[in-house]
Design a protein around this ligand. Structure first.
Ligand code: NI
Length: 255
């Protein structure tokens, strides 16, 4: 059974066939899905999806792209939303210096605040880090993220950086980028990370794995990530599926 640890089914790209697609997950060996949140305005639709599909869980959080106009009231709203029993993580939160859609000092402020909120709520974090490794690690270290735990989504850092993340008790997530032809560093990291700390994801509708790269992604393709990992680790895809399923359940405290 597969656990897609990061997907965005509230995305409008799923409007035409969201129900058809999600209904087909159990018969396609997808047992659990974590729907990641980017802005609090998405939460009502995410909760609707979670209510309809028992195998879909949710995070709540504000993505670095969306933090420019965040206020203290939003933090109160976030903590209210986190009381929903389907919410199992705070995310996706972090820094994005590739797009820089929000000023960097604003990104850093609300990233740290949301890590603190996760600790307060006793929930793991889902980290988005794009071209911001140093600041991201500095903030997580300063905030004692080990008290919250969580996962680095679509991990793009080095083996050295992974070592510190693992020391904090966190998980490393691999997605479609692991299957790309030019993927050197993720493969290196995938060889290094202990088996009990790896989770897999799609980031649907984005980052579609080979051989469907370029098309809309869905959890139906998460098995390609498991197969690539199995090849890297010299194991069967089924073993990787089962291990990553249990890991994600542990990461999101579903046991
Ligand atoms: Ni995402």
């Amino acid at each position: 059974m597969l656990f897609d640890s990061h997907a965005h089914y509230n995305d409008k790209k799923f409007d035409p066939d969201r129900d058809e697609l999600l209904s087909s997950m159990p018969e396609n060996n997808v047992g659990l899905i974590m729907n990641s949140c980017s802005s609090l305005d998405e939460v009502p639709l995410i909760f609707d999806i979670c209510e309809k599909y028992p195998f879909v869980y949710a995070s709540v959080g504000i993505h670095p792209h969306e933090v420019e106009n965040v206020t203290e009231d939003d933090m109160t709203r976030l903590k209210e939303y986190a009381k929903n029993p389907k919410v199992r993580a705070i995310g996706e939160i972090g820094l994005d210096y590739y797009y820089d859609f929000s000023p960097r000092d604003v990104q850093k402020k609300w990233f740290a605040r949301q890590v603190e909120a996760a600790k307060e709520l006793n929930m793991p974090v889902i980290i988005h880090d794009r071209d911001a490794h140093k600041d991201c690690m500095d903030i997580l270290r300063d905030c004692n993220v080990s008290e919250a735990g969580g996962v680095f989504h679509c991990y793009a850092g080095s083996v050295d950086m992974a070592r510190e993340i693992l020391d904090w008790g966190m998980y490393i997530a691999f997605g479609g980028t692991l299957t790309f032809k030019n993927s050197v560093r993720p493969v290196e990291v995938a060889r290094y990370v202990p088996l009990d700390r790896i989770v897999i994801e799609t980031d649907s509708p984005y980052l579609t794995p080979v051989p469907h790269r370029g098309k809309r992604n869905s959890s139906l393709y998460v098995h390609y990530v498991a197969e690539k990992l199995a090849e890297i680790r010299g194991m069967s895809a089924e073993e990787i599926e089962n291990i990553t399923y249990e890991n994600a359940k542990r990461c999101f405290k579903m046991e």
